[in-house]
Design a protein around this ligand. Structure first.
Ligand code: NAD
Length: 493
């Protein structure tokens, strides 16, 4: 297994170890053994990062010099291109992506999203004229100007680290903010590379900081509490998101949240290729560790037995074609950590206790660990049938390779089941009748929805959640606008 280069912090224009030289081991999901070492940032490091970002925002022309920002963000994008191989290696070794998934959701989508940001950026309106208005015996001319919100803390998860880091950091930088990126403890390298390449690109000191450490909460909580930070952009679990919103209230922080999901795919009875629609919902890509994955499959009760047979066959055909580190065709590897493995396995036990039927999978697979490793965090592709929507396996986000299959009576019932969820991130509808599918899609309370396989997630489209799936939108023009404030100026004429 590759040993990754040491992950260093970036603070005030310099790559550096943590104060006192503290480090921690980065545990590889494939082997359960260390694959690298990362600086273990403490309070002094986080404080220095905040101070640098504040100073750079308040005392440099970063927030007003649009041309300079575009030039540097474009230069940084080129450096990421030059480092594609390193990014792929990080996604695989650190985040546990299988080789066949590395390029897609991990590297290609992230870099394509970056290009989308650069393409849509000229569409940002920096001013809006509200015209003149008479009142109090005189005329006021009015306009709004849009300005960078200030210092942004971007707190990100481990599942698709490059994609989420780009989604926040690039948008905030383009908007004119200075940024502190705080990646998850499991994926420091994918954060560290951002700082390293920003220095190489010639970013002014203080514009981009990267801090991480072994304690998942320390740096994040400091960023949330500190009055020098203006906005928290967070992607992660709903529990931590709620805590951030509560704690951010003390300093009335602007808080932007991308949280969990339990998205439903509804295959209607007239779906033209019913078997393909059902089979393609197998939750295997990146071991199901995606916030917007369709983890509840809803099929008509009249075709439930047929759907079961299709899935039984699909899982059997998928077989053991996953979890081999070197295999470029594999799209599923391990889950990120022992903790996550235990969590997913506890849901698999729970599903059985709740009375659902295990149609496929359900076991850990330590035998998949590459030679020389300790014990990798592998879980078989797993599918539960005979699931009712009130079961906890249907309501709670498992974040692993576990699909649940629920029957519905008619379109109204399918909509009801899809919406009877705390979450509302994404989803899908398939039907031979586009009007019928669109009517169902419009009734689903979620931030995005795919009809007949349409791609509803791309870098030029706003992405985000309803309900407990989040607040605000990332990507696209809206994703950049999240980092702007509105200032209204009126002058007497
Ligand atoms: P997590 O919530 O445990 O951690 C996310 C980040 O928050 C990490 O950087 C972590 O160190 C930090 N953190 C932890 N405790 C904190 C605290 N008290 N204050 C501030 N920061 C804190 O999530 P995770 O386990 O890293 O990622 C998995 C979760 O992320 C899943 O729930 C998944 O749905 C969600 N996710 C959502 C999206 C989306 O766009 N909606 C995308 C990817 C992942």
């Amino acid at each position: 297994m590759t040993h990754l280069p040491d992950a260093l912090l970036t603070i005030d224009g310099a790559l550096r170890p943590a104060t006192g030289g503290k480090t921690y081991d980065v545990i590889g999901p494939w082997t359960g053994a260390p694959v690298g070492q990362a600086a273990d940032a403490g309070a002094a490091d986080v404080d220095a990062a905040i101070a640098a970002a504040r100073r750079a925002f308040d005392t440099t022309d970063w927030s007003t010099n649009v041309a300079k920002r575009v030039e540097l963000v474009t230069k940084l994008r080129e450096l990421f291109e030059d480092n594609r191989a390193r990014l792929g290696e990080l996604a695989q070794v650190e985040a546990g992506a299988a080789l066949g998934a590395v390029s897609r959701a991990h590297v290609d989508m992230a870099l394509a999203g970056w290009d989308d940001y650069l393409k849509v950026f000229p569409g940002i309106a920096w001013e809006k004229d509200y015209g003149g208005r008479e009142g109090y015996g005189f005329v006021s001319q009015r306009k709004a100007v849009y300005e960078a919100v200030g210092v942004v803390a971007a707190i990100t998860p481990w599942n698709v680290p490059l994609y989420v880091n780009v989604g926040k950091v690039v948008a905030a930088l383009l908007a004119g903010c200075t940024v502190i990126l705080k990646p998850a403890p499991n994926t420091p390298g994918m954060g560290a590379i951002f700082g390293e390449l920003a220095i190489e690109a010639g970013f002014p000191a203080g514009v981009l900081q990267v801090v991480f450490g072994s304690d998942p909460a320390l740096a994040g909580e400091m960023l949330v509490h500190d009055p020098r930070v203006d906005l928290i952009s967070f992607t992660g679990s709903t529990g931590v998101g709620k805590r951030i919103m509560e704690q951010g209230a003390a300093t009335l922080k602007r808080v932007f949240l991308e949280l969990g999901g339990k998205s439903a795919k509804i295959v209607l009875d007239d779906a033209p290729n019913f078997a393909m629609e059902v089979a393609s919902t197998m939750l295997v890509f990146h071991a199901g560790q995606g916030c917007a994955v369709q983890s509840r499959l809803l099929v008509p009760r009249s075709r439930y037995e047929e759907a079961k047979a299709i899935l039984k066959h699909s899982y059997a055909s998928f077989g053991d074609n996953w979890g081999v580190f070197e295999n470029p065709a594999h799209i599923m590897g391990p889950v990120i950590s022992k903790r996550q493995q235990d969590r997913v396995m506890s849901y698999i036990e729970l599903g059985q206790a709740e009375g659902a039927t295990l149609l496929a999978g359900g076991k850990t697979r330590p035998d998949k660990t590459p030679a020389g490793g300790a014990e990798g965090f592998f879980i078989e592709p797993t599918c539960f049938v005979d699931v009712t929507n009130t079961m906890r396996i249907a309501q709670e986000e498992i974040f692993g390779p576990v699909l649940v299959v629920i029957p519905f009576e008619d379109d109204d019932d399918a909509v009801r089941i899809a919406n009877e969820s705390e979450y509302g991130l994404s989803g899908g509808v398939s039907s031979g009748d586009l009007d019928r599918a669109m009517a169902v899609a419009k009734r689903i309370r979620s931030g995005s929805i795919s009809v007949n396989g349409g791609m509803c997630i791309a870098g030029d489209l706003p992405f985000g959640g309803y309900k407990a799936s989040g607040v605000g939108r990332e990507w696209g023009l809206e994703g950049i606008e999240e980092f702007l404030e509105t200032k209204l100026i009126a002058w007497r004429t």
